[in-house]
Each structure stands twice: as C-alpha cells, then as structure tokens.
Design a protein around this ligand. Structure first.
Ligand SMILES: Cc1ncc(COP(=O)(O)O)c(C=O)c1O
Length: 396
C-alpha cells in the first residue's frame, strides 16, 4: 500500500460493518480536520477573552481568505454560516418581495429549500413557481434546452430564480453558469444552492454571474459539520438581513462592514469554521484533480454495474458534464414505497439493516433512484458489496 493510500485509510473511522456511500448527505471529516477543530476548541477554552475579543475576527478573516481562494470569491463578499440552509434563509429574509411577485425554482430543488420559499412567498403574498425541467437529459443539446426551458418561465414579475448547482435527489450538475447568464440578460437575480459543488467541482463563484451562493462545507470538502458560507454580490450586501440579530458591529473595534452582522451572532464555538483551511489542505495535499477523477471513476463503476443489473436506462449520459462523485441509478417502481420527507424507502432500509450500506433512495415525480456517493475512503469492495446487496434485494 502506498503512503498516500495509507494516509486515506487512516483518515476516517467508518465503523467495521458499515459501507458508507452517502458522503453527499453527511460527509465525515478526515482525522486532520477533526484534530484541527479540536485544537481550535482547546485554544478557545484556554483563554476565552483573548480568543473571542482579540483574535477571533482575524482568525475568521484567515478562514474566509482560504475559502474564498478555493471557491473563487473575494473573502470580503463571503460570510461563514452554519450550513446552506442557514445561508438560504438569510437570502429569503433579505429579498424584498411584494404581493404578486414571483420566485422561480426548478423541480429538482431540495425539499427544505422549496418549503422555505413556499413560506417566504406565502408571507409576502408572492407566488412560488416550480418549473419542471426537461428530463431525462440524453440529447446532445440538453444543457441548452434546459436553460431555454427554465428561462422561458420568467415573467415581468419574476424577482428571483433559485437553482441548485448540483441537485440533491437527482445528483445532477445543472449548467449553472449558462443559467445565470441567461437570467442576468433578463435582469433576474439568481440564488445558487451550492452545497454539493464545493470541492466536487472547480468553483469560480465570482465568474458565475449569480447574485447569492449558499453552501455547506461538510459535504464534499469534508470540513466539520456546522461550517457553511453565504456569498453575496456587492450590490445586494446593504440589504442583507441576518437571521440572528446581535451587536452588529466589530468586537475588536474595526471599521464597519456588512459582515459585522455575521461575525458575532452571540457566543459560540467557531472551531468548525476555523478548521475549513485544514479541509482544503487535506484535499489539496491528496491532489484535488485526482480526488475528482478517482471518485468519479468509482461511482461510474457502480453506475455501470447497477444499470446492467436493473436493465433500466439512466436519465443522464455517462459524462462528467452531468455528475461527479455522486450519481443516481433508476430503480424499478415499488407501489409500497411512500415518498416524501420522513419516509424512508423500504429498499434504503433493507440496505442499511441487512447489509450495513448507507445510501439514500431518492425520488423525483414518483421515479425512484438509488444515489451513490463516493469519497476517498470508498473502494471497489464497497461497490461490489452494494451490487451484491441490490442483486439480492431487487425483485426478479
Ligand atoms: C441541494 C441541497 N441544498 C441544500 C441542502 C441543505 O444542506 P444543509 O443541511 O447542510 O444545510 C442539501 C443537503 O443535502 C442539498 O442537497
């Protein structure tokens, strides 16, 4: 075993008997990241006055600078938040909607995001429009068709488009730069829901042409749970309203900035954010491109074998254009499966209970998919186990 492989093997503590193929939902952090987080907590506990009052702002700046460089954004436009949900909630409080205004979402948006905008629109007397995207995406010009179809739903009342960079239920990389460009030509601001894209894809947020970008760093970047960010285009920053109202000024006596509302949201342990640079270094030391290649190759192996097993056609072609280290494979219909939040598909339960496999079964418009995520700790053995388990569990 090479030193590099050994390093990866030692970095995670996935329990014996568990085949973890769900980094896309909850990505466990590798050991160096957990150690960095623990060191920051220890420093805080040693001398809280020194840490909170005299050091914290500078430390958060350093974390933002490393993150900004990694995601292609000026650190002055980034604030650290708990997760993508928190970031999206801040956007929802800040966009001023009037009765009759419309917010447009794709039908692939994350359930909690859809619910947030439903409630936000309801409170403002605005209208939520959910646009069904062309699906499957098998034509050569699918990306163009998708963008055209989505922007055809714009009206003179559309105030915001919310679109995932990489979707949750369908693990699909949307052509987000083209979507943002088309929206900006029509004067519609875009909020990108981006938790899966961080580390999964090379990111240049500033170049995308979006207005807001929300993300969690605990998915593919494998930073600690509770580390997310919100990026806001400068022209919108004066209207951003935090979810938590606190002092709203610099603890250390600095010049005021829109970020002040977020730097101090009350007393809390910021170690999860301060360990973000370690998560970036961990992936960069491994080689970010080889991380992307390796995990995509592994998920493709699973995808090919499962498509062969089910005999069903994937809604996406085999291409890095449409997915990275996370992919879906269609499943045969199951009339007994109840869908929606809080309902675990019987197959997902069987995989976990009988085979120790953690991988979600997702749905879109009553179609069921198994969603497989591969990170650096996953191996061909995990895929063999999944394929074996599914060949035993699927009907016929
Ligand atoms: C597309 C998408 N958006 C938002 C979220 C919410 O992320 P979090 O729970 O980290 O806030 C998820 C979580 O899986 C997601 O897949």
């Amino acid at each position: 075993m090479t030193d590099k492989n050994q390093l990866i093997e030692d970095a995670w503590d996935i329990p014996e008997g568990v085949t973890y193929l769900n980094h896309g939902s909850f990505g466990p952090a590798p050991r160096p990241v957990r150690e960095a987080q623990a060191r920051w907590t220890a420093e805080l506990q040693r001398q809280p006055m020194e840490f909170f009052v005299r050091r914290l702002e500078g430390l958060l700046d350093e974390a933002c600078a490393a993150l900004g460089q990694f995601v292609g954004a000026d650190a002055r436009d980034l604030v650290l938040v708990d997760n993508a949900t928190a970031g999206m909630n801040i956007v929802a409080r800040s966009v001023e909607l009037q009765p009759g205004d419309q917010v447009l979402l794709t039908d692939h948006e994350y359930g909690a995001v859809r619910r947030l905008w439903q409630k936000t629109c309801q409170a403002a007397g605005a209208e939520l429009i959910v646009r069904r995207l062309p699906w499957p995406l098998l034509e050569d010009d699918s990306a163009e068709q998708l963008v055209e179809h989505l922007v055809a739903a714009f009206t003179d009342r559309t105030r915001l488009l919310v679109a995932s960079h990489v979707t949750s239920a369908t693990a699909t990389t949307l052509p987000i730069a083209a979507i943002c460009q088309a929206a900006s030509q029509r004067g519609v601001p875009v909020c990108v829901d981006g938790p899966h894209a961080v580390a999964m894809l090379p990111l240049a947020i500033e170049q995308l042409g979006c207005d807001y970008y929300t993300a969690s760093c605990h998915k593919w970047l494998s930073a600690p749970f509770g580390s997310g960010f919100l990026w806001v285009r400068r022209r919108h920053q004066p209207r951003i309203r935090p979810a938590i109202t606190s002092w709203g000024g610099s603890v250390g006596g600095r010049d005021s900035s829109w970020k002040d509302e977020f730097t101090w949201g009350g007393t809390r342990d910021p170690a999860c954010w301060l360990a973000i640079p370690e998560a970036i270094s961990f992936l960069e030391d491994h080689g970010i491109e080889s991380f992307r290649d390796q995990t995509h190759d592994l998920v493709n192996t699973a995808r090919r074998q499962l498509l062969e097993l089910t005999g069903l056609q994937s809604p996406l072609p085999e291409s890095r254009q449409w997915y990275g280290p996370m992919a879906i494979v269609p499943l045969p219909p199951n009339p007994d499966a109840t869908t929606g939040h809080g309902h675990v598909d019987p197959l997902q339960r069987t995989l976990q209970q009988q085979f120790g496999i953690e991988t979600p079964v997702t749905t879109l418009h009553e179609h069921r998919y198994i969603r497989i995520s591969c990170h650096l700790y996953n191996t061909a053995k995990d895929i063999d186990h999944l394929v074996g388990a599914l060949s035993e569990s699927l009907p016929g």
